[in-house]
Write a protein that binds this ligand. Sequence first.
Ligand code: ASP
Length: 438
Amino acid sequence: MGLKVCKFGGTSLADATQIRKVQSIMLGDPDRRFIVPSAPGKRTGKDQKITDLLYLCASHARQGIKFDEVWTLIADRYRSIVAELGVKLNIDAELAEAKSRIATAMTPDYAASRGEYLSGLIIAALLGWDFIDAADVIFFDARGRLDMRKTSETLGARLAAGRNAVIPGFYGATPDGEVKTFSRGGSDISGAIVAAAARADVYENWTDVSGLLMADPRIVENPKPIDTVTYRELRELAYMGATVLHDEAIFPVRQAGIPVNIRNTNRPQDPGTMITPDAGPVAHQGTITGLAGRKDFHVITLYKAMMNTEVGFGRRLLSVLEDHAISFEHAPTGIDTMSVVVAGSQLEEKMEKVLDQIRVDCEPDSMEVYPTMALIAVVGRGMARTPGMAAKTFDALANARVNIRMIDQGSSEINIIIGVDSADFERAMQAIYAAFVP
Ligand code: ASP
């Protein structure tokens, strides 16, 4: 027995058939006591998300343009869901109110929030559960940041009342009572906040994939799903491009030590991926958790004789980046060399100016820019403690004739970062995956 908070994404709520699946998942386990729904998402590849349509209405309203046509698409979606589910809800009255408030200078945030609000009303009616408006229990401060203290107090008290409830995702309220949304995809954050406030035992995040895969399926054929991943590993994988959860969603549950279970609404029999609090040192595992990577990094390398004796060299180089508001990913050093690895998007048109300033401030003997580096993170707990992991990785790359441009195990014990030329990126990923997953 344990309390579960369940968040369902847009594809899980796209139409009545999907919502029926959600209903049976929720009613199939009495531990599932709180549900956080998104707005209806795409039913097929070419379909539109309700949230996108609502933003469109808001921008029309702002420009004084009528938005009846777009509104009809939204209203029809909700009407057909309500009719097919046969729930008792005056959806026409709800739609009329939302429309008139969007029209009368309400904000884009208000408009967008109606997607989750209406989803929430429908699900509450379907399950016969309480509906708790997120604007009454999730609060932002005057600077627009989540006010976790006030939220925990109010929301915690409401959830402790002992009744099952629906809390729409994606929005809360400002100190003036205005509706404000999180950034896009923010229902994940709402779910995490509800899980933390309810002191849940598990935060179930229901989507349309059976968890995280060990590698990007566009690059590696049929990658295996990951059973368990720690928060730290997830952060490393996500940073390198693997996406599942909204970045900010991790923090409330991670802080509270609540595991997240990524599940598939279309395959509820699959166990999905468990994201668990960071375990202590892990014994030899002999394998990796996953790998992820990104292309298009630039490497700026400076050569200078006796660099190691020159006090402040590193600081001067990094200051140049700071002056141009550029963040760097890695800074490998050699005896007389120092490099910085920077995402290409950070440099773009700043490149010439940055190089000029480095020449003046650091006075290198020479300097080189390598513009097509890809970085691959090979992630796994116990990585640094397991002999042979690096050898296996490098052997795989050598056999695939991939030239390694950079290696960084850094201070993180859970990954090895490998730099290869962007042209070798896919081949390198495939070779490493094949070496660890037979
Ligand atoms: N409906 C919102 C969006 O499309 C929030 C969410 O689905 O998480 O961004």
